[in-house]
Design a protein around this ligand. Sequence first.
Ligand code: PGA
Length: 248
Amino acid sequence: MHFMRVRQFATVELASLYVASLIEFIISSHEHPVLGLATGSTPIPLYERLVNFHRQGQTFDHVTTINLDEYVGLGANHPNSYNYFMHKHLFNHIDINPAQVHIPNGMAPNMDEECRRFDRVIESFPIDVQILGIGRNGHIGFNEPGQLLTAKTHVTPLAPETLNANARFFKSRTKLPTHAITMGIKSILSAKAIILIAFGDEKAEAVYRSLFGPITTEVPATILQTHKNVTYVLDKQAAKYLPSAVSL
Ligand code: PGA
């Protein structure tokens, strides 16, 4: 028995508006809200809506953000880095204080120290809501399937499926980073609330297995079944294998 809510929407736009409204509620009702943020194609429409909220008068100057992950070896000015992505899609368009933006540094000279620094950030700013995407292989952040899931921030090789899925963003396969620094499973589970967003047929199987499959490190998102406040926000395609009782 678990406590996961599933919300299904007819379109990506409606789903993204729903998540944006939940986030807007948190930032307008908390004195010091902390958002855990994700990259990838899935949250782009969500960030567009948050930018719209800002244009309509919502301030972000009291918001702290913590991102899930970053490629090792890509700096903030590299167009494929997640730091660059976040600025392009969100931070450059809102009034957030740059000192309150936290993204792992993929160029840190000592990655072990960078992991420990990032753990301290997560401990200092407990996350109110963590936004997650899901990989086709069931990864969350860059916690890839494996025998052992690491609890805290760590450097990980990217799984072959992830390299294939992400190759589309890079000019040449040889330029694709092979490693990433990512929040660990324990850090993700420490968020007070988690919203996992998934769109499209290619996510349907991972969504089904993560909700209904046995909890296993081979499908890292199944660990979310142990958290008390998780909401899945899906479009019709991503929800296609779910029993109709949860496909509302
Ligand atoms: P996507 O990536 O949003 O680009 O599909 C999600 C993920 O791999 O976590």
